[in-house]
Design a protein around this ligand. Structure first.
Ligand code: SAH
Ligand code: SF4
Ligand code: F3S
Length: 484
């Protein structure tokens, strides 16, 4: 898993670092039992692990980063591609070694794989004691007691309301500068390739008041950047019918809160609190969101707008709800309202069912037109139960998928390099997030458009904003010096 400091991709499992999960940080408040939690998949899972740690903290668990000293091991899992599930199965085999030495070690599977496989996981993986889906985390104390009493425990009930709005996350793996705030859960789209609607359930938006309060609290604790998370942030909606009107009006919050409204409320928390968000859906992103971004300097100028494919025929089969032309119109609106300095990033799938060479060429040509700053790129992986698995044949041979993926990756590298070169010679405002991983005399941070920059520390500290003159670049990093 790519370092959290560097990556705001909600939909992670980045191809280079997919094998590396984020592990628990140590917490020692003298509690009697130790929880070790590993998170796989998207940022939503990382965020959920912080909810889980919070719920269990009240139940006598401290977190540990050392598997050997754990009483309870949780793997918070992902089902997005077959490989993501295989990684977790391999990890379970490794954990089996620990359980042999310590038979009382409790092993739990959380997240999307738990939701997808339910009790089947208990049959297939004998070392698993507990299975809890993404909406069942409040039930964990009860499930743990069940296991304590010698039973296996399962809860994969999906809720229409649960947002964990009142649970204050325990920040794990934190750099103390950047944090994620989950603003909604689930997904009501039915992209034919995607397992998420089945593992995360129906879409629901979190109370805006609790979101703004969390942002205030983070700012007061020294954090300087928040990323608002949702599978489709543009469909965020808090309405008076669904929610408590009186309470919101008392706080001066409007009756219906759209994503643009929410973004503005969070941007107003403090001018020194940067705001990012992910993921935007091309069919739903509005000009209101773009105008709100233009209005506030502290809303970072980066939009993650996954295209998936450049071919209208494939987009239709994928049930994405837009065409190539619609997508390109959205990109034009971004350029018109925010100019060329707003970076655009994407997700791309190579080798979807029936994809021809012409369809693939359309994906490459779309990339040439948009010139993404960054992209997550994947070979199509059929997921059981999805619309695609039921209706479309996974008919593109693996070697063709991989060849097309390589072509997409090669093109993306060129575009990323181009964008980084454009920054050379400019002065960029960078938020210092921590030490450079390669050189401890240097700081690392990101520009508003989400390009990573490294520069000598001088006398500056983590969490400060600095102006950095970009002197040179690689395809992944800007290199410069502070000119404040
Ligand atoms: N909600 C986000 C995406 C969530 S999943 C959106 O709508 O864009 C993250 C990414 O994983 C997707 O954008 C897609 O590119 C990829 N993905 C999802 N299912 C996949 C599958 N079955 N095979 C390959 N890639 C997949
Ligand atoms: Fe999956 Fe589509 Fe929902 Fe994204 S919008 S999570 S790709 S179903
Ligand atoms: Fe995220 Fe993977 Fe689930 S991408 S929503 S953890 S299937």
């Amino acid at each position: 898993m790519k370092n959290l400091i560097e990556d705001i991709g909600v939909f992670e499992e980045h191809h280079e670092l997919a094998e590396e999960p984020a592990r628990t940080t140590d917490q020692n408040t003298g509690k009697s039992r130790k929880l070790y939690i590993e998170s796989y998949g998207c940022q939503m899972n990382f965020s959920d692990s912080e909810i889980v740690a919070s719920i269990l903290q009240h139940e006598g668990f401290d977190t540990t980063s050392d598997l050997a000293e754990a009483d309870l091991v949780f793997l918070n899992t992902c089902s997005i591609r077959e490989k993501a599930e295989l990684t977790v199965r391999k990890r379970l085999h490794h954990i089996q070694g620990f359980k042999k030495k310590k038979p009382e070690l409790m092993v739990g599977i959380l997240g999307c794989m738990a939701e997808r496989l339910k009790t089947k996981l208990l049959e297939e993986e004998k070392i698993v004691d507990l299975v809890a889906g993404p909406d069942a985390y409040r039930d964990l104390p009860k499930l743990i007691s069940q296991v304590d009493e010698g039973d296996k425990a399962v809860n994969t009930f999906l809720s229409r309301e649960e947002t964990y709005a009142d649970v204050t996350p325990v920040r794990l793996n934190t750099n103390g500068v950047t944090a994620f705030i989950s603003i909604m859960r689930g997904c009501d789209n039915m992209c034919s390739f995607c397992v998420v609607p089945f593992t995360r359930g129906r879409e629901r938006s979190r109370d805006p008041h609790s979101i703004v309060a969390e942002a205030h609290d983070l700012f007061d604790k020294g954090f300087r950047e928040v990323t608002l998370l949702g599978q489709n942030v543009d469909s965020y909606k808090w309405s008076k019918e669904e929610n408590n009107k009186a309470k919101l009006e008392k706080k001066g919050i409007q009756k219906i809160i759209s994503f643009a409204n929410l973004l503005e409320l969070v941007a107003q928390v403090h001018p020194d609190l940067r705001v990012r968000f992910s993921t935007s859906h091309p069919k739903d992103i509005t000009d209101d969101v773009l105008h709100t971004m233009a209005k506030y300097e502290n809303i970072c100028k980066n939009i993650h707008l996954p295209a998936q494919s450049g071919s209208s025929r494939i987009l239709e089969l994928m049930n994405r709800g837009y065409t190539r032309e619609w997508y390109l119109d959205k990109v034009q609106s971004i350029r018109n309202i925010l100019g060329s300095t707003c970076s655009i990033t994407s997700d791309m799938i190579a080798g979807y069912c029936s994809e021809t060479e012409e369809d693939h060429q359309e994906t490459l040509s779309l990339m040439d037109i948009v010139q993404y700053d960054y992209a997550y790129m994947f070979a199509y992986s059929e997921r059981p139960g999805t619309l695609a698995a039921k209706k479309h044949e996974d008919d593109i041979p693996l070697e063709v998928k991989n060849r097309r993926l390589e072509e997409i990756i090669t093109k993306q590298r060129q575009h990323a390099h181009f964008h980084h070169q454009q920054d050379v010679g400019t002065i960029q405002r960078v938020l210092i997030e921590g030490e450079s991983r390669k050189n401890n005399t240097q700081w690392q941070g990101r520009t508003s458009s989400n390009h990573v920059a490294v520069f000598p520390k001088q006398n500056k500290a983590k969490g400060e904003y600095v102006n950095v003159l970009i002197e040179r670049c690689t395809s992944g990093t800007l290199i410069g010096k502070i000119v404040d």
